[in-house]
Design a protein around this ligand. Sequence first.
Ligand code: GAR
Length: 222
Amino acid sequence: MNEPLPVVVLISGRGSNLHSILDAIADGELPVEIRAVISNRPDAPGLQRPALLGIRTIVIDHACYASRAAFEAVLRTTIDTFEPELLVLAGFMRILAPEFVTHYRGRILNIHPSLLPEFPGLNTHQRALDAGNRESGATVHFVTPETDGGPAILQARVPVLADDDARSLAQRVLNQEHRILPLAIRWFAEGRLRLDAEGRVILDGAPLETPRMLLPSAREPA
Ligand code: GAR
């Protein structure tokens, strides 16, 4: 059997996407080893569960550094001590400089709570509501220097309901995030997914013209 893929996960808060990865590993569905979880916020609740599981948890508080470059230098040095083959941004809320992203080219995945290219950046759910959209969703993409602009790999859609507010829509989207992030990591760990030299997503040997769309599961509410 192949060795599990070494992974480092970056978080900033609650950590529910990290939990979905931990759940998939526990269920035997994800051939990865999380070598460390790093938070830029000391109070991130998401650090608790990996710590209980004996996974290394590290805080690198961006507020303690004079510049983004100084913060990212420490972040990068710390990450590299774990020799990850994949870096997962699971609710990591700091923009990363091009030099940082380029260092890990083809080896960083991000989960974003919209159907990219719609609504990069923050407040995606309120913006989807304000735009009168009838559907929203989530995207896993390779990270490139353009914030939330890297090539999309996998998406899932949800309906926007008439009585939604940003909170209810966020929860419906989050349920889908928890499905697509572990799945995209799995594809990467199985050697099925990569970013090629032209910046295209290659899945199972062929370029993805459009992101894969995961259909709603019959077991889960929309
Ligand atoms: C998730 O909805 C994730 O998509 C979003 O933050 C939330 C983190 O939740 N990420 C971004 O907006 C990145 N720009 P979690 O801490 O429970 O995983």
